[in-house]
Design a protein around this ligand. Structure first.
Ligand SMILES: [Zn+2]
Length: 250
């Protein structure tokens, strides 16, 4: 096409124009901060989505799909916070670990990327927002940019996975922790952890290892009281109605 412009756009009925603007909404990653090579957090501000910047009409009409999201300023700060336009239905929020608690719309986030420097650095308090009951979160991706070696980097994340998933009050969102191309997910963390525990048991008990498995795939040796650290205790909540509750709550 010599001239790709579509001039009669404004002659279309308003409803059609609005539909076209709506179809032009693209998922974005809205970045509020990144860790740089020196491990310092660099605050960033994403530009507004194209449908809010195209023209006055699109900006006016498309605002109903977007929310002004911001990081709360420090209590003593005099400057009002800068905001970014976010469509929580399609956009991914990208933050550095300590920024989360100051985020203005935690319950609205559906997809979140969180940068940190390893599970040992990730403070217990940082996980608190994930235990809220009012979350819409569906997908949490933690980017572990710490320097832990590939064979043991996952170790410091196990207690968070246990907190999220090893109980009747398990969270509903999926978690993927990424380190140097390696991943720990909601589906894999328990088997990674169990394989390591079996290796430990093998080293301690050697040939006496009891290989019989119970229904849930736990080795008899893992039930050995001397190896109490090898068996996790499923977390029951007060109101749960699990059939296995009396047998397994300890
Ligand atoms: Zn239960």
């Amino acid at each position: 096409m010599a001239n790709p412009k579509f001039c009669p756009f404004m002659r279309l009925p308003l409803e059609l124009r609005q539909q076209i603007w709506e179809m032009a909404i693209d998922p974005r990653e809205v970045v509020f901060g990144r860790l740089h090579d020196d491990q310092q957090c660099q605050v960033e501000w994403s530009p507004p989505p194209p449908v809010l910047a195209a023209c006055a009409e699109s900006r006016c009409d498309m605002q109903r799909f977007y929310t002004k999201a911001f990081l709360r300023p420090f209590p003593y700060s005099q400057t009002p916070p800068k905001y970014c336009w976010v469509n929580f239905d399609v956009d991914t929020i990208h933050l550095v670990d300590h920024q989360l608690e100051g985020f203005s719309h935690i319950p609205s986030i559906r997809q979140l990327v969180l940068e940190t420097r390893g599970g040992g650095h990730f403070e217990r308090g940082y996980s608190r927002p994930f235990l809220r009951a009012d979350l819409s979160l569906e997908k949490l991706t933690i980017l572990d940019l710490g320097a832990a070696p590939p064979e043991s980097w996952w170790f410091s994340w196990i207690s968070y996975m246990e907190l999220f998933y090893f109980g009747c009050d398990a969270v509903s969102f999926d978690t993927t922790i990424v380190h140097d191309g390696l991943e720990l997910t909601r589906d894999t963390w328990l088997s990674v952890d169990r394989a390591w525990r079996r290796k430990m048991i093998q080293q301690i008990f050697g040939e006496y290892l009891d290989h019989r498995e119970s229904d849930d795939g736990v080795l008899a040796a893992e039930d050995d009281p001397r190896m109490s650290m090898c068996r996790r205790t499923w977390r029951h909540v007060e109101w749960c109605t699990c059939p296995n509750k009396p047998a397994r709550s300890e």
